[in-house]
Design a protein around this ligand. Sequence first.
Ligand code: MN
Length: 248
Amino acid sequence: MNILVTNDDGIHSPGITVLAEELRQLGEVTIVAPDRERSAVGHALTLHHPLRAERIAASIFAVDGTPTDCVNLGIHSLLPSRPDIVVSGINRGANLGDDVTYSGTVAAALEATLMGIPAFAISLATNHEAANYASAAFFAVKLASKIIVEGLPDDTFLNVNVPDLPMESLRSPLFTTQGKRRYDGVIVHNVDPRGRKYYWIGSVDMDFYDLEGSDYAAVSRGHISVTPLHLDLTNYNALHRLMSWDMS
Ligand code: MN
């Protein structure tokens, strides 16, 4: 089995190393990842300058681009054959609810799905260096094995979030829905040393609505969360309603 591993925290992040090591139980692992942290770049694709892929060790490539660039280069150029699965992570920090739309980790799995390759993104709900990446890596192997046997529904990939707990403290995996973030107080503003005002977007606090069955509800109670995502963003309920509008 051929496995492509990528992330958005960069090739030197602890999560990707642990993930790749564990996945080697299942087959040939090639890492193609950004040469530096590219978190929150979403599904960005580099079109206006050339990309370089530096082979830093056997089957490990650092690319001066985005996670989406890495998946493209991996599938179409760097891997000896088409991967059977693409795994993105282990991200440092959760990717819950609306955050999936900003996440480079999630976008990499989305890109693989566009290329017709089964994929999942996996994130650890942590802000600490000494986090339980091993717990998430263990689950990644289990999930990858299952996906290889069962396959995934068309146009679907999985967004996995793992609580930052030792393996024995993790509760059973739950299949969940994409939750919803609360957007209160996300911008910090202050004055810089030169007296100019600055703004800083984002806070490390996980501030989500505690919706039943959601990714956040699962992770906040110590469960591993597995959310099936798909590429079709059409809101079919809204479509039916809009069709009744007289636009002539
Ligand atoms: Mn990241």
